[in-house]
Design a binder for this molecule. Structure first.
Ligand SMILES: [Zn+2]
Ligand SMILES: [Zn+2]
Length: 377
């Protein structure tokens, strides 16, 4: 990989003055606990316990245990209660509802990532910063669509910020899953599809429902509570049964079973004889990732923005400064600068191990290598 100099991405002096003088410090900056807003006295998705934690969504690397008071949208509350426990204290808001924290005005806006996922808009002394959290622009029947929020500074995620990452629609991927499932039915093989327990599993169940509502799937125990939360939120999905409740005689030869990646090659899998395995993730876009992981099939399905949508979104916000974080932030910063925008990576590293889309280092390296070959980055 080519060397890449951070110095080249220093903010222009005019913008620096506007954003960073003594009287106008950064509205959001990284401290030991996470993304901190001094004017509001709160953190966004802190990785250590703090007094006021504003939470973008319920994935484990964003919603962490131990803070005194959590702020979230109503749609996020049931999932966060599962994650953070009954004793955690919450204040909930509607999307778009403005509230005061210290001197700052804060509001949540849909991020289109998973149920209840939010961008956080922070306004103080006439300046507006937006922290995107994880987001995507693609249609997803399980959550409110991403909303473009105009701002001065946009902190954008960059999980899949390489030109090789371009997604087909969820519907198209669900059709591929159905085709694979039907092939397995003809050969009397269980179809065991691995995907993340929060967000991806429910999106698949919902996309399949839109194609063929009479289908039925079995679920690994780790997905039961979360899927129940989605049903209670009114999300339409095909009917499901826990694997543990299947009759002892069930051979699963005609069945689709969803399970988290942690169950792959576990003892739990022994129950499924002659099984065909699949994995649904954005990382499946990388050539060789499926083979390296040992799955029979890979389905490209991500709950993060792909490369074109990252660039489009940044432009849509009209931001004067873009701070990419969480993934290939340097690659994205460099491309934005080439496009004539102001950008610099934000040093937030605690979100690397995203539960929603994690993959071993060798797959990430494979993606980097492939990106270098294909697009010269
Ligand atoms: Zn996430
Ligand atoms: Zn994340």
């Amino acid at each position: 990989m080519r060397e890449f100099k951070i110095e080249s991405m220093a903010r222009s002096s005019e913008l620096s003055q506007y954003l960073k003088s003594d009287t106008n410090p950064d509205l959001l900056r990284v401290d030991d606990c996470g993304l901190f807003c001094e004017a509001g006295g709160f953190h966004i998705d802190p990785w250590r316990p703090v007094s006021h934690a504003v939470i973008t969504h319920a994935h484990g690397d964003h919603a962490r245990y131990g803070s005194k008071l959590y702020y979230c949208v109503k749609e996020n509350l049931p999932l966060l209660q599962v994650r953070l426990g009954e004793q955690a204290k919450f204040k909930t808001f509607a999307y778009g509802e403005k509230f005061k924290l210290g001197g700052a005005t804060v509001s949540f806006h849909p991020a289109g990532h998973i149920l209840g996922s939010s961008q956080v808009r922070v306004e103080y002394e006439g300046r507006v910063w937006v922290a995107s959290g994880d987001y995507k622009r693609a249609h997803d029947p399980t959550c409110a669509p991403f909303e473009v929020v105009p701002c001065d500074v946009f902190i954008t995620e960059a999980t899949f910020a390489l030109p090789i990452y371009r997604w087909d629609s969820g519907e198209k991927t669900a059709k591929e899953v159905l085709k694979w499932w039907d092939e397995n039915i003809r050969e009397n093989r269980p179809s065991l599809l691995f995907c993340y327990a929060l967000g991806k599993a429910q999106r698949l169940l919902s996309e399949i429902h839109h194609l063929d509502p009479n289908r039925h799937a079995y679920l690994h125990g780790a997905m039961l509570g979360l899927t129940k939360q989605y049903r209670e939120a009114g999300i339409e999905m095909i009917s499901t049964t826990p694997v543990a409740e299947a009759p002892k005689t069930e051979k699963f030869g005609k069945e689709l079973i969803l399970a988290p990646p942690s169950a792959f090659r576990s003892l739990w899998m022994k129950r499924f004889k002659g099984v065909s395995t699949g994995f649904a993730s954005g990382w499946m876009r990388v050539r060789g990732a499926r083979r390296r992981k040992g799955y029979d099939r890979g389905f490209v399905l991500s709950d993060h923005a792909d490369w074109p949508d990252l660039l489009r979104t940044v432009k849509d916000t009209g931001a004067r400064l873009i701070l990419p974080t969480h993934g290939a932030s340097e690659t994205l910063s460099r491309r934005l600068i080439e496009m004539g925008l102001e950008a610099e990576p934000l040093g937030l590293t605690a979100y690397e191990a995203e539960e929603g889309d994690s993959m071993p280092t060798e797959a990430k390296q494979g993606a980097q290598d492939e990106a270098v070959q294909e697009a010269g980055v």
